[in-house]
Ligand binder design. Structure first.
Ligand code: C5P
Length: 237
């Protein structure tokens, strides 16, 4: 694994659509404005691994957001398959434990381009949800503890909400990637995201890459929306 990660223009567009046709439509409207795409469970389950190859062949960089959580041997093999597909970022749940995270990293090491991002805690959970699944820690401590685990297990980064970005950035090494969804350009709708930051704020809080979906997908001019975010990211920090 080389240390030099090039974040490109720092914007990852979430392809939150159900079919390749819809994804292609969005990408055609984006033109050459973006370089990073996030493929999540819906599109991956609907279209299979060929959707990843399809966009890599078109020179896009891929974050595969599968949030893997299984026994280490299974995650290692899945990670190896993702590495062979050519994706550059793969998400796994930090809650799967050290051995699982190390296995994901081993799988990624079968190629030089794949990096493992740990999801610390789903942003859909609150403190009472944690208690219900037997976790007594506060959400802040859980997120920080899992981020530290991800670092020592050899992962390459974490996915975190903008709310957590500043605190995490101070606690993790500079080279460790911080990827932040929940980002909204100034003046756009928050949708169901409860705590949003502008791209500029997320970058200032230490995000290396930001994930943005609906504000681009649902814009009248998605390319203009993406370009405005990229310009904001380039200007900040
Ligand atoms: O449309 P929006 O910009 O809110 O999309 C954000 C994307 O990031 C979605 O694909 C969502 O699933 C994902 N995500 C998130 N919060 C997390 C992890 C992933 O919003 N903690």
């Amino acid at each position: 694994m080389t240390d030099s990660f090039n974040p490109g223009n720092r914007l990852i567009v979430a392809l939150d659509v159900a079919t390749r046709r819809r994804a292609d439509d969005l990408i055609n409207r984006l033109g050459d404005a973006v370089s990073w795409l996030k493929i999540g469970l819906e599109l991956f389950v609907a279209e299979g691994p060929s959707i990843v190859r399809h966009y890599i062949q078109q020179n896009y960089r891929i974050m595969l957001d599968l949030k893997l959580h299984d026994i280490p041997a299974t995650v290692e093999q899945a990670s190896r398959r993702v590495a062979n597909l050519g994706a550059e970022l793969l998400t796994v749940h930090a809650g799967g434990g050290r051995a699982m995270l190390e296995a994901a990293v081993r799988g990624a090491e079968s190629t030089s381009q794949l990096r493992i991002l740990a999801v610390t805690a789903l942003t859909s959970l609150d403190q009472s949800d944690l208690a219900e699944v037997g976790i007594a820690a506060t959400m802040d401590d859980l997120v920080l503890g899992r981020a530290r685990l991800a670092v020592t297990a050899g992962c390459h980064g974490v996915v975190a909400s903008p709310r957590e970005a500043t605190r995490l950035r101070a606690a993790i090494p500079d080279r460790f990637l911080l990827v932040t969804p929940g980002v909204r350009p100034r003046g756009s709708h928050a949708d169901d995201q409860k705590r949003v930051m502008t791209p500029e704020q997320a970058r200032a809080a230490g995000a290396d890459l930001i994930v943005c979906g609906r504000p681009i997908r649902d814009a009248t001019d998605p390319a203009a929306s993406a370009r405005a975010i990229i310009a904001e990211l380039a200007a900040s920090k």
